[in-house]
Ligand binder design. Sequence first.
Ligand code: PRT
Ligand code: MG
Length: 211
Amino acid sequence: MITIALSKGRIFDETLPLLKAAGITIRENPETSRKLILNTNKRDVRVIIVRASDVPTYVQYGAADLGVAGKDVLDEQGGQGLYQPVDLKIAACRMMVAVQNGYDYQRAVKQGARLKVATKYVQTAREHFTAKGVHVDLIKLYGSMELAPLVGLADAIVDLVSSGGTLKANNLKAVEEIAPVSARLIVNQAALKLKRGAIQPLLDAIARAVA
Ligand code: PRT
Ligand code: MG
């Protein structure tokens, strides 16, 4: 049995065509079904539905053989013990620093001000600001980072931006790019060795579909 870990939403939607190119189709829709284990057209391939930030954990422990996870999640967690053979180039966005319109970020940085930064990506933010030599107080949030500067919780946020619509709707602006982000195929290293006959053709087919 090959188990593939996916998260609902954009990762699931954008992975479907890649799996299809590898001959795998999923019959159930996770948005309408409450099932967490989905069968595919192949008797020996199943898909499990987990939170986006839990995908690396399932693959690390071998509960899933492969999975699809954003580079944001992998960078934040370290991605130890995971083989990352393919950049799927899906769910693309950018990790950015953003502030409220009217806040002079460059000036605050130049003056050596101590910035309050709210984010779900504490590790990524810490590395970024340390490399820049900027002192920050990091405030961990689990969602809706965009609210933090508007109510005085933080001077800046570190979050993903794709269309820019969310920033715009909340009177915020992006001031710095930290990294481009896309989803990666991740594979459990032991599973790759033990089940190479089944997994390698799948990896090859997915890589061909991306190219
Ligand atoms: O929702 P949940 O808490 O379960 O987890 P999650 O938010 O991590 O999952 P999900 O499905 O929303 O995101 C999965 C992956 O998609 C992320 O790990 C990223 O790699 C990728 N991705 C790509 C994005 C975006 N684009 C994105 N725009 N993830 C989140 N966003 C959010 C962003 O945080 C912000 O709130 O969308 C908002 C900005 O979008 P724009 O279009 O208004 O700029
Ligand atoms: Mg989300």
